[in-house]
Design a protein around this ligand. Sequence first.
Ligand code: S3P
Length: 449
Amino acid sequence: MVRGSTLKPYQSRKVSRLEGRLRPPGDKSISHRALMLGGLAVGETTVRGLLEGEDVLHTAAAMRLLGATVARDAGGVWKISGVGVGGLGEPADVIDLGNSGTSARLLSGLLATSGFVSFVTGDDSLRRRPMRRVTEPLSLFGAQFLTRSGLRLPMAVIGTSQPMPVRYVTPVPSAQVKSAVLLAGLNTMGETTVVEREATRDHSEIMLAHFGASLRREETEDGTAITIVGQPDLVGRDIEVPGDPSSAAFPVVAACIAGASGLTVEHVGVNPLRTGLYTTLAEMGARIEWRNERVVGGEKVADLHVVGGGELRGVEVPAERAPSMIDEYPVLAVAAACARGTTIMRGLAELKVKESDRLAAIAAGLVANGIDVEIGDDSLTVHGRGGIVPGGGAVATHMDHRIAMSFLVLGMAARQPVTVDDIAMVDTSFPGFVDLMNGLGASIAPAGA
Ligand code: S3P
């Protein structure tokens, strides 16, 4: 990675409490899907609460290159005029998706069944991530892919104008793979089915139905089969994006470990396929109350009230829970470091192919801060310190926003400040994270300042 001159190292110091209310940024998964489906619908879609992070802005730019009109008005409402299913046009340039794996996987689905050639790339991190998981099912529709060695980006997508409907059983629990297949099925005559053994986030299914697509779910011996009827008329809709539970996780864990905190995190999406962290924190003894539960655009939302200062205890986190908290393990590991006793997390194989090898990055970061860990093939054991941790370590973030934010949270409960080598990537999912946390009482500043 040659980004030396632009690295932005930051340091986080111990605080005695966090206090206040905040609304986390919009849900990243839902924001990507709103832009893609809005771009395929006929008529206008309005999106309130869109995550204006770099990952989502890359999806917006990609949809523009493919022919949709995507604009933000002065009040922060995004308006999209779509091209209709089958109406995407050949992009005049390479589609650069930055750090965003979700954009790359989901757009591949749309491109696979569009009858033109497109070229997709991304940053150093995204160009390392495996694409076979989508090229394999999408080839079954008749699309072709030319990739770099190891089936990695940059990649040319030769879309098919006469796609064959597909039935595909996903070999890994991945909402991105499921969504890529369903999105490819949109422009495919007939019925496309994707089968998953373990339930993964269902934002694509909820939003496809919201835009007027016809889907059905059936239990089969291979798992849950989700079928989409191809070539529907999608109609522009109004969407309100809930706050991202994966982003809310950082202030929530911070409030659990940083002294006698009292924090309310408003308007957090609590879709049951996303709340594994919150279940786990409750088992650890955290005091998190869900208030004002409601449903917004088919998605469950609540305000989370966190009371800190209590002791957390180590727990065993079962492998089956992994899909519902896949992005939350870095910050759970931080909570585990502050808990009394040992926490064992299983079923973590997918962590190795995220924005970084998160299993290795979490373990290295904890060890650098005086915490004992054991790392297995797909498991992580953290020996909690029962309160304040030693800290004082320098953490390599490997271009991974969630590693950066997690270790800044660790610093809030560490005797010596914790340094992360770069916070630039935080903007991919949580723009304004540092200022927002400092406004609640955190002490995060450029290293050496
Ligand atoms: C996402 C699914 C998850 C998650 C990612 C967003 C999505 O990836 O890690 O941040 O929006 O579908 P996988 O489905 O590959 O596990």
